[in-house]
Design a protein around this ligand. Structure first.
Ligand code: HEC
Length: 104
């Protein structure tokens, strides 16, 4: 194998490993925040809500969840409970919780 190609493969492998490790960190932090911020009380274990008026969040796309939480936080979307819940989340927590729920 040509040397430059080997280098490119090794670089790609390292980049992939780092990004999947970072994602695993987000998911673990998101699981903790999902419980400690009280989301679990309404949206259920692992985002599988059993309350008929509360969204199931498990398996939802991370981008969709991030957009929804940012909309509550920024006032683009209004709901008495969720506006208050999202106001208490940092940008990192929104990203982490979204990664966690998307992975369920
Ligand atoms: C007291 C109950 C309650 C708690 C606690 C709660 N939620 Fe919600 N959540 C709701 C309800 C009800 C809705 C639907 C609101 C609406 O109609 O916009 C909702 C909507 C959402 C949505 C939008 C779903 C969609 O498909 O549009 C997301 C995302 C979400 N919640 C995430 C969270 C997160 C993350 C937390 C914890 C920080 C949390 N919720 C805490 C009741 C709750």
């Amino acid at each position: 194998m040509e040397n430059t190609m080997k280098k490119q493969l090794i670089t790609a492998f390292i980049a992939l490993t780092i990004s999947s490790l970072a994602q695993a960190d987000d998911i673990a932090a998101g699981e903790a925040a999902y419980a400690s911020k009280g989301c679990i009380g309404c949206h259920g274990a692992a985002g599988n809500s059993t309350l008929p008026d509360t969204a199931k969040l498990n398996g939802q796309h991370a981008l969709y969840l991030t957009n929804a939480l940012n909309a509550y936080k920024n006032g683009g979307r209004n709901h008495p409970v969720m506006t208050a819940m999202a106001a208490g989340l940092s940008d990192d927590e929104i990203k982490q919780i979204s990664a966690y729920l998307a992975a369920q």
